[in-house]
Structures are given as C-alpha cells and as structure tokens.
Design a protein around this ligand. Structure first.
Ligand SMILES: C[S@@+](CC[C@H](N)C(=O)[O-])C[C@H]1O[C@@H](n2cnc3c(N)ncnc32)[C@H](O)[C@@H]1O
Length: 466
C-alpha cells in the first residue's frame, strides 16, 4: 500500500512547513500505483485523467542492492520477477502520463557471478528495462551516457572500471515536450568562430548525449542511510526536468529513495510527487534533502548571459552589413558609390526566442552622385541579396534602406559610433561621436573596403577569444 502514515496527504505536516501537502514523497509500495495515482489526478484537479508530465526514476538495482525494506522490488527476487514488477510500475505511470509526457530511467548494467567453467556475463539491465517499458507502450527516444567521476566499488578481473550509467528517455507520443534551448551552452567554442559568427548558434550548441556530472562527495550527505540510497546529483535531475517539463508541471518518481527528484523538481518550480518503500529514506527527504535543496532553489532566477553568447550575437549583427556590402560589390557597385553601411540595433534576444537573434536596421549610405537609375538597381540588388543565402540565414529581422550621404542627419544624439574599416567586424578601428558621422564618411572617400558603422563596439583581438 502507498500509506499516508509518514507524510500525511491532505494537510500540512510538521516536516512540511510550506504546506505542500500531497505534493511530496509518500511512503509506500510502487506496485500499488494503480490505487495511488488516481488520487494524484484528483489532487491535481484532473480527476480520472492523466496528470503527470514527466517521470524521472532509477529503479532498484535488480537483486544487487538491499535497500533495507521488506517487500522491496529487486532484492531477493528472480531477475524475471524483478523485470515484471518494474513493468507494472511503468504501465501505471504510462496510464497517468499526459500525451506530451515522458519517462526517464537511470540504470546501470550488471555482471552475473562466475559460473562453473563459464565467465561472468554482462547483463544489459538498462535495455532489459527498456524492453519492459516498450511492452506497455513507451517509445525509447534517446540514450544518454551519464559519465560519473566515481562509481560504486567495482572489482571484476578482466573488466574495465565502470565509469558511466545509462539515462534512457521514453516518450508517450510524438508531441512530447523537449526544450533543448534550456541546456544550450557556449563554453566549448573556439576563437575561429569570431570570424564566422553566422555559422554558430549564439545561444549555444545543442547539448550532446554524454553528460559529465560528478556524484556529490560523501560528506555532502552526512546521513549514511542517504548515501546508501545512491542519491542522484541534483544537476542530473535539473537537466531532465528542464528538458521535459515546464514550471507548474507534475514530475513523478515511483522509486524516490532520498527524494532527490522530488526536491530538485520542486526547487525548479514543478509540482513533484514521489513514492518510496523505505520510511527511513522518506524521513531523510523531509529532514535533510528537501530543506537543503529548497535553500538552493534556482526557480525563476535568470541565467546571466554568457560573454560568448553576447559576442556571437554582436558579431553576427556586425557581419550582416559587411556581407551585404560584399554582395553589392559583386553586383558591380563600387566602393566609391557605397560610402558606408550603418547598422542600428532595435533589439537583441540574448536568450533563446522564437523571433530570431536580433532585429536591426541596415542603412546603405551612397554617394550623392548615384543616378536615379543606379539607385533603383541598388534597391533591387539589396532586396535580392537579403532574401537569399547567406544573408537570409543569419536569423536576423532586418529592414534595409538606402540613404544619400547628404541626407545623414547630424542630429544623432550624443552616442558614440564604432567604425570598422579593415573588414574586421570583431575589432573596431575608431570610435567617433555620432554627430561627426557624415563628415567622417566624406573624409574617408573611396576605400576598397566599405566601412561598417554601429553603436555596437566590439574591440577584441582574436587571441582574447582563445
Ligand atoms: C536506486 S534507488 C533510487 C534512488 C533515488 N533516485 C535517489 O535519488 O535517492 C531505488 C529505490 O527504490 C526503492 N524501492 C524498492 N522497492 C520499492 C517498492 N516496491 N516501492 C517503492 N520503492 C521501492 C528502494 O528503497 C530505493 O530507495
């Protein structure tokens, strides 16, 4: 039975001063989910209908680990009975998971003991569990390698030290939530991207499927029963939660152990629910895990924009007019006709957004000598160049105009403008007052490189990006 003895269900408990009531770790048997989860739906307000967005769990480690509670799944069971018990859990979870929902299983392989004359054999436990999950409807979408710095003591002659666990990701339907933008990162970029910012997503690369996440050092959870539960590192849970759910969604763990999934999901603003057989672990969740993770809560905090993201966005904006000038010169316009390119930034999306990287105004400053006919041809050339690759792939919203040098307003406010004259849009040549722009462009006269002018001042040598 999933009992209410330890945590209470409907009201606050002494160990739950925030009054999260039902949304907590419950002491009980995951084989009874068919009785328990309908109550979850009721508490959620979706009576009789699915309510779980994602389930994140590591099932017991087959017969290998005794988690210290009678009637546990795994320890003392045959492998077949163990798999069948896990299947029942996966089936109940499937029934109560929303259509766009998912299931994460974290598991490790194991070795059979040596037989008489036969070598011990590696049992692909994660994939046996995956087969059970598939039998009840789950679709396997992704396998992630969680590389840990340390693992449980493991000594097998003729075997390499085991340095990772599997993280399997299953979905219920095609419309599953998977928000990769939340895990993008830029730390692995090298300097040469500076010259080709348009080739890289400034918000960061799509995360890969090998995750290096150390397990917290022994001392961080002084409670020995906690250590025995093999608690997940919060960062591992945070990634799964971020990828597959939104704030307010329900995150579930049927083998909650120390409740690391529940506490981390809660600290990320989700409604979290867990079931755990061993009352000591449930108590550890209330006394130690939840209070610590609640203190560390990052929900709602805004991640600072990394320098690399900032630079890549600026460089992309600055390279756009440079590329446009290149295309126009290719069409037969001369540097004497194209006096300069001004790029004004309307807005930049420093964090992932549907509206592209930035919104800019690109002004082609032309000689007053340009005839009406030439101007019409230029206008067409600008339209063509901006609507085809490479410019159409910059991910910028651009409005372009052509402006004779004589029409440059001298009344730009007191801002400074950076000018890029050597074709290097990562390194400004000068900074001038905006009011001096027309005079400065006139003085420049005909140059082989069309100067780029912008309020964005990027002034770094390539070495600084290394
Ligand atoms: C691998 S541990 C999970 C550790 C957890 N991920 C954490 O962060 O602490 C598996 C857990 O399943 C629990 N368990 C075993 N049989 C169970 C059952 N029938 N119902 C609920 N929990 C059970 C064990 O007590 C153990 O805590």
């Amino acid at each position: 039975m999933v009992s209410e003895a330890v945590t209470g269900v409907d009201g606050e408990t002494a160990s739950d001063p925030l009054g999260r009531g039902f949304w907590t770790v419950h002491q009980g048997d995951a084989r009874q989910l068919a009785d328990f989860l309908p109550r979850g739906a009721q508490q959620h307000g979706s009576e009789g209908a699915p309510f779980i967005q994602t389930t994140i769990t590591s099932p017991p480690y087959a017969n290998l680990v005794d988690y210290g509670a009678a009637n546990q799944i795994g320890f003392g069971q045959s492998y077949q009975d163990y798999l069948a018990a896990c299947r029942t859990v996966f089936e109940d979870v499937y029934r109560w998971t929303l259509d766009g929902g998912s299931l994460w299983l974290v598991a490790d392989s194991l070795m059979t003991p040596n037989g008489r004359g036969t070598p011990s054999r590696l049992v692909p436990l994660p994939f046996d569990l995956a087969a059970e999950a598939a039998k009840v409807g789950w679709t396997l979408r992704e396998v992630i390698v969680w590389r840990k710095d340390r693992t449980r003591p493991w000594s097998h002659p003729g075997k390499l030290r085991n340095g990772f666990e599997y993280v399997l990701f299953f979905v219920k339907s095609k419309s599953f939530k998977f928000n990769v933008d939340r895990l993008r990162e830029t730390s692995s970029l090298k300097s040469w991207w500076v010259k080709y910012p348009e080739r890289h997503n400034p918000w960061g690369m799509t995360p890969d499927n090998v995750w290096d996440i150390p397990i917290p050092v022994q001392g961080s959870w002084a409670d020995s029963s906690l250590r025995h539960a093999c608690p997940f590192p919060p960062e591992l849970v945070r990634r799964m939660v971020a990828l597959s759910s939104e704030e307010g969604d329900v995150v579930f763990d049927p083998f909650a152990g120390s409740g690391m999934v529940v506490a981390t999901a809660e600290s990320e603003g989700r409604r979290a629910l867990g079931v755990e057989l061993n009352p000591e672990y449930v108590e550890a969740f209330h006394q130690r895990v939840r209070p610590v993770l609640t203190r560390r809560s990052t929900a709602g905090s805004v991640k600072p924009v990394g320098l690399m993201t900032q630079r890549l966005l600026e460089l992309r904006v600055l390279k756009y007019p440079k590329e446009l000038a290149k295309q126009l010169l290719r069409e037969g316009f001369t540097a004497a006709q194209l006096i300069g390119m001004i790029v004004d930034v309307e807005s930049i999306n420093w964090t992932p957004a549907q509206t592209g990287y930035a919104s800019i105004i690109c002004t082609v400053v032309v000689s007053e000598q340009l005839s009406e006919i030439e101007r019409a041809r230029l206008s067409k050339a600008v339209e063509d160049a901006t609507s085809r690759a490479p410019l159409s792939r910059y991910g910028l919203r651009v409005s372009c105009s052509i402006l004779p040098l004589t029409d440059i307003l001298e009344d730009r406010d007191e801002t400074s403008l950076a000018v890029y004259t050597k074709g290097r849009t990562w390194n400004a040549s000068h900074v001038i007052p905006a009011s001096a722009l027309a005079g400065w462009l006139r003085e420049q006269g005909s140059q082989s490189v069309v100067p780029i002018v912008s309020e964005l001042q990027v002034n770094q040598s390539l070495e600084e990006y290394l």
